[in-house]
Design a protein around this ligand. Structure first.
Ligand SMILES: O=CC(=O)O
Length: 461
């Protein structure tokens, strides 16, 4: 395999295409299920998928330039469901395209349409009840794949659980979706039904890592405080605008630090965690990199990133100046950042979550911010999206010091934006189509499968 050299970690990715060795199997299995999982693993690095600073170029993405925004393709003339689909024998394998129309990759979609009979149901059929009705009626016949290029967290039809999965025809081989996270899909059950689930984390990793950099810096420099002080008094037509400005100018200094020399504790050291490490470590921001993952990374990865492994999460939390959560949701949906674990932090530690809101007990985090155990936090994801914890919101806003002497603007909150760039959208579409083309058209192995071990386990392989 020729690996691009532009991203230094690439040369350590030597897993065979689609292979599930002990390492990837462990990673995937901790993501895909269990209640007895010790701790979640990092986002899996897809087997055989070399990372690079433009990892999708290997899939011949036509354009990764900003022009992509202007090159919006009119709604592609996909086939919509027709009454005879269920009864007649299709010339080509049928692919069910749910979600957004293709916007960025017309050439691949043309190839896709040449290979498959693509059915894109009209909107009502993309709602859960209608989808269930259609599946029961076998409205789309014996389709072979589900293609879901939605930009969203995946819950638009509710959870892909037994209620939906049990209705899928046995002809379905692959479910290829946008999105890095797949906490909304029961990938174990899909695997047991012989359906490969492919995510698109690879396409979002750089965007998530870049956003994390902004959030890490925000916790060191208190950007919400600086921004609020410059703007809120004006928005509120307050006569205190000048004094608020001066106070922030003077006092934020005493609370701010350069990241250099501080320890960045990454929970999860998959593709995203490693990209964050590459950006925040030497020679760029000069942070010391520490990580926890259920599987220790190869020595070459650790040495390339000057990363120190901690066998226990508690150990990592004790030494970190800024903890970043970059691991998939726990299979049981339970938080890993709890009051007990926050108790391991040294006072003033910073905290960033770009993974999943369900991983954090937000009330415990708010308590830790109140008490000063956590000095600043930045959260892109939230327990109950699209709602946001009101205690945390109050820590974003406000201009004065509270009665414990904590400064305002200790928290940065965003709207699950980390992975969202045009380049990510381009990659989500492209990668999802490539996965289906490989499996269904070429009879090959998927590019970014996440549940192969469940298929193998079911088959007893
Ligand atoms: O959160 C975003 C994603 O799962 O891609």
């Amino acid at each position: 395999m020729n690996l691009p050299s532009s991203f230094p970690l690439v040369k350590h990715q030597k897993l065979g295409c689609g292979a599930v060795n002990e390492r990837s199997r462990h990673l995937v299995s901790t993501m895909a299920e269990p209640t007895n999982t010790p701790m979640p693993a990092s986002t899996p690095v897809p087997a055989s998928t070399p990372r690079s600073s433009s990892p999708l170029q290997q899939y011949s993405i036509p354009s990764l330039t900003p022009n992509a925004t202007t090159a919006t393709i009119p709604l592609w003339p996909s086939t919509t469901s027709s009454p005879d689909t269920a009864t007649r024998k299709p010339q080509r394998p049928i692919v069910l395209h749910i979600g957004d129309p293709i916007k960025y990759n017309p050439d691949t979609y043309a190839e896709f349409n040449a290979a498959f009979e693509v059915i894109r149901p009209p909107t009502p059929e993309r709602e859960r009840n209608e989808l269930i009705r259609a599946l029961k009626e076998e409205r789309w016949g014996h389709f072979s794949a589900i293609f879901r290029p939605f930009w969203g967290t995946g819950g638009e039809m509710g959870r892909w659980d037994a209620e939906l999965i049990d209705l899928l025809p046995s002809s379905v081989k692959v479910f290829a979706s946008a999105g890095a996270g797949f906490d909304w899909a029961d990938t174990k059950l899909l695997g047991e039904r012989g359906i490969i689930y492919c995510n698109s984390g690879l396409a979002a990793a750089e965007a998530v890592a870049d956003f994390s950099v902004a959030m890490i810096i925000s916790t060191f420099r208190h950007l919400p405080w600086c921004m609020n002080a410059a703007t809120f008094p004006y928005l509120m037509s307050s006569s205190d605008a000048r004094s608020t400005f001066r106070e922030c100018h003077a006092r934020a200094t005493a609370a701010s630090h350069n990241p250099r020399g501080h320890t960045l504790g990454l929970i999860g050291f998959g593709n995203i965690g490693q990209q964050i490490a590459a950006k925040m470590g030497n020679p760029a921001f000069g942070m010391k990199i520490a990580y926890y993952d259920v599987v220790r990374k190869p020595a070459a990865v650790e040495s390339e990133l000057r990363a120190t492994f901690y066998e226990k999460l508690e150990g990592l939390m004790k030494v970190s100046d800024c903890v970043v959560l970059c691991t998939p949701a726990s299979a049981d949906g339970r938080p890993i950042i709890t009051a007990e674990r926050l108790g391991y932090l040294r006072p003033g530690t910073r905290f960033v979550n770009i993974a999943r809101g369900s991983l954090v007990d937000e009330e415990a985090l708010a308590d830790a911010l109140d008490s000063g155990v956590v000095g600043a936090a930045a959260l892109d994801v939230h327990m109950d999206e699209p709602s946001v914890n009101e205690r945390l919101v109050r820590m974003v806003t406000g201009l004065g010091f509270d009665d414990r002497g904590q400064h305002p603007g200790r928290v940065m909150l965003t709207c699950h934006n980390a992975g969202g760039t045009v380049e990510t959208h381009v990659g989500f579409e492209e990668l999802s189509m490539r996965n289906i083309l490989r499996v269904v058209r070429d009879g090959g192995e998927a590019v970014t499968p996440v549940n192969l071990h469940w298929l193998r386990e079911k088959k007893g392989v």
